[in-house]
Design a protein around this ligand. Structure first.
Ligand code: WT7
Length: 669
């Protein structure tokens, strides 16, 4: 092995470093304070108000009076095969809602609309190259029934786990609803995730079946999903059978015993498939999300409570109506796609637009073309997308007729007031309320957001909790404060039911911070004099890149998995477009040649281990990470360096001189 110059300098530095250097200035930075209630306030127009689904405070009043009764009344908005006997059984931290009740999610999304809306369009799909499909409720129902039979014929049984790794095509919706129809539990894996991530999720979930496609289109290129899936299945996994949707038509290898074409199976499938009668508490799906350890958590959601949350929040916050053309730009691989592309809108009988490709293909006005072409009335997207559009400039927007729009939504991270104003002015043309919706994979549906006709809007605030949702801003002890941790203080129907196969993690991550039965969100927040909540971001080791959650530990594990890396520490820095970006501090092994291409190699390694969203923005090679004497990496100091702040307390560092080196390195790159 070669010894690099940089390594030599590391050894030299170590030899010269003196542990008796004076500690750096001790200074604790004050926490950034939130915007105040003095910011501009926006009201919806009279026309919106008069036609709004929710026009008065009665929902809030009912919920306040008797939360359980309120939710049981709301639950009548779903179709049940059998009513529940008990609304809520709360044995902290385990909640069971609508015990004894029986229903089926796909029945609620399809069958119940067939009397009145059979020919109504359920899905409008457009591919990146401009291909179009429009699928009515009865067509979607037929497709789902047939695919449910396909799954049954392959051996899928109630309770089995089915992994779905598909692009944004109607078959993704069909696959999800078919699982719920027969009582199988789906676990959708975002198609941008790498084969390693897919494999980990398949193994953790114990999925015996995988539904994928030959490939997908992105920015004019073809991504070979089947190749990724094959790689994921190259070493042992529980997967026995794979269904492959033909989409790009690029030939892919098929394993004769394991792989089946979707089309071939559908050609022989029977059309009738009665929905399985599911208990309200039966698992509907597992969705993986990053946390503070190296391993993503399989968040488990129930059938009844989850569907209720998704269904009602769409009526209240998005004001969904039968005539709407609704577009949520999230991928089905995220919770937003589950709740607000599939279950929420279809349970409401809405017309949903799906778009497969990138926002800048073939040009930067693709979204506005789609809105104009399909007459989209409700748009739900993420702050990172809005900031990207802002950067591209108004010229891409201004010549498009966006007058069909009547409501705009935002989700994924705090929306900065500047982006809010731009969205409101240039997309909504000052005519559409912007609803900033706070929630999480774990909450299943929106928790804090405006009811547009009731709450005046303040750019940057998600406003107030929805009816039936109780939150508090508390300190370490769990006492109410105006600024602190955001907690949810009472159980809600769409709450997670657990972490798949890991009850200990479920309890320790979410319920152990206080002993009051409060749910710990991991977010910091403050509350203003009007009772408006202002989210300030994660307070744990979780990074939010472009609205996607990544754990610092998960990223660090991916880096140290590379043969050259000795240690890695990952932090987030603010990023103009992405909100946050990943910066990794890495020390290489003593016998490693730190060649110029190593930075790119490491970035590529992270992409391979996790997926393109996890690519670090910068990698900074340093001799040693700042650690306490007990060996704990002090990420706080790295954050101070990165944000150009005065370095905080370094007295606990085992070698305070490392900070100087890190500062120099950070500035020089
Ligand atoms: C985390 C949840 C829920 C769908 C998308 C992300 C942040 C989400 C907002 C918002 C401020 C927000 C929080 C939260 N977040 N929406 N409107 N304002 N922060 O789901 O991957 O489970 O991430 O995203 O930090 O905890 P997720």
């Amino acid at each position: 092995m070669f010894v690099s110059w940089s390594h030599f300098s590391c050894s030299l530095k170590k030899a010269l470093s003196s542990s008796f250097l004076p500690a750096l200035v001790i200074f604790v930075c004050p926490a950034a304070s939130h915007a105040t209630d003095s910011s501009t306030v926006y009201q919806v127009n009279e026309n919106f108000r008069q036609n709004a689904n929710v026009q008065d405070l009665s929902l809030f009043e009912e919920a306040k009076k008797d939360r359980e009764f309120f939710w049981s009344k709301q639950a009548h908005n779903l179709d049940w095969f059998q009513p529940w006997d008990t609304v809520l059984e709360w044995d902290p931290p385990y909640a069971k809602w609508f015990l004894g009740g029986k229903l089926n999610a796909s029945y609620n999304c399809l069958d119940r609309h067939l009397n009145e809306s059979a020919s109504k369009i359920a899905l409008l799909w457009e591919g990146e190259r401009g291909e179009e499909r429009s699928i009515s409720y009865d067509q979607l129902f037929n497709e789902v029934c047939k695919f449910s039979n396909v799954l049954k014929n392959l051996g899928v049984k109630k309770g089995d786990k089915v992994a779905i790794y598909l692009p944004m095509i109607p078959e993704a919706v069909v696959a999800m609803l078919s699982c719920s129809r027969i009582g199988a539990v789906h676990t959708v894996v975002f198609a941008g995730f790498s084969s390693d991530s897919l494999k980990d999720r398949i193994i953790d979930a114990g999925a015996k079946f995988l539904i994928t496609a030959d490939g997908s289109f992105r920015k004019g290129k073809i991504v070979s999903l089947k190749e990724m899936a094959d790689l994921a299945l190259a070493s042992p996994t529980p997967v026995e059978k794979v269904v492959v949707v033909k989409h790009t038509e690029v030939p892919v290898p098929m394993n004769e015993e394991r792989d089946f074409w979707y089309d071939t199976l559908m050609a022989d499938a029977k059309e009738e498939c009665p929905p399985e009668s599911m208990d309200a508490e039966d698992e509907l799906f597992i969705l993986y999300t990053s946390g503070t350890t190296g391993k993503p958590k399989g968040i488990v959601h129930s059938t009844g409570g989850y569907l209720l949350g998704a269904t009602m929040s769409l009526r209240w916050v998005f004001d969904i109506k039968p005539a709407d053309i609704y577009w949520c730009t999230a991928d089905v691989g995220w919770i937003t796609g589950h709740s607000y592309v599939v279950y929420g809108p279809l349970s409401n009988g809405a017309t949903v637009l799906l778009y497969e490709g990138a926002p800048d293909h073939p040009e930067r006005d693709r979204f506005w073309r789609l809105i104009e072409k399909y007459g989209v009335t409700i748009l739900y997207t993420a702050p990172t997308a809005i900031r990207t559009f802002m950067k591209w400039g108004e010229q891409w927007v201004k010549d498009h007729d966006l007058s069909s729009l009547r409501l705009l939504g935002s989700v994924g991270e705090p929306i900065n007031p500047e982006a809010w104003e731009w969205y409101y002015t240039h997309i909504g043309r000052k005519n559409c309320p912007v609803v900033d919706t706070w929630w999480q994979t774990e909450t299943g549906s929106i928790m804090i957001a405006p009811i547009p006709a009731l709450h005046p809007l303040k750019p940057g605030s998600a406003t107030k909790p929805l009816p039936g949702v109780d939150v508090a801003i508390v300190d370490e002890k769990g006492d109410s404060q105006t600024s602190g941790f955001l907690a949810i203080t009472t159980p809600w129907p769409s709450m997670l039911r657990g972490v798949h196969n890991d009850p200990v993690r479920y309890q320790s991550t979410y319920w152990k911070k206080w002993d009051k039965g409060y749910y710990f969100t991991g977010d910091g927040a403050s509350i203003d004099n009007d009772g408006y909540v202002w989210l300030s971001g994660r307070i744990d080791d979780v990074i939010n890149v472009s609205g996607h959650r990544l754990g610092t530990m998960e990223l660090e594990s991916a880096l140290v998995d590379h043969k050259a890396v000795a240690e890695a520490a990952v932090i987030a820095i603010s990023h103009e477009i992405k909100g946050q970006a990943i910066v990794a501090f890495v020390s290489v092994k003593e016998d490693v040649f730190n060649h110029p291409g190593l930075e790119d190699e490491l970035k590529q390694h992270v992409v391979k281990k996790i997926g393109a969203i996890a690519r670090p923005e910068r990698i900074i090679f340093i001799c040693e990470l700042p650690k306490t004497r007990s060996g704990k990496i002090m990420r706080r100091l790295l954050r101070d360096v990165a944000e150009g702040r005065v370095i905080g307390d370094t007295t606990t560092l085992s070698d305070p001189s490392v900070i100087e080196e890190i500062k120099l390195k950070y500035q020089e790159d």
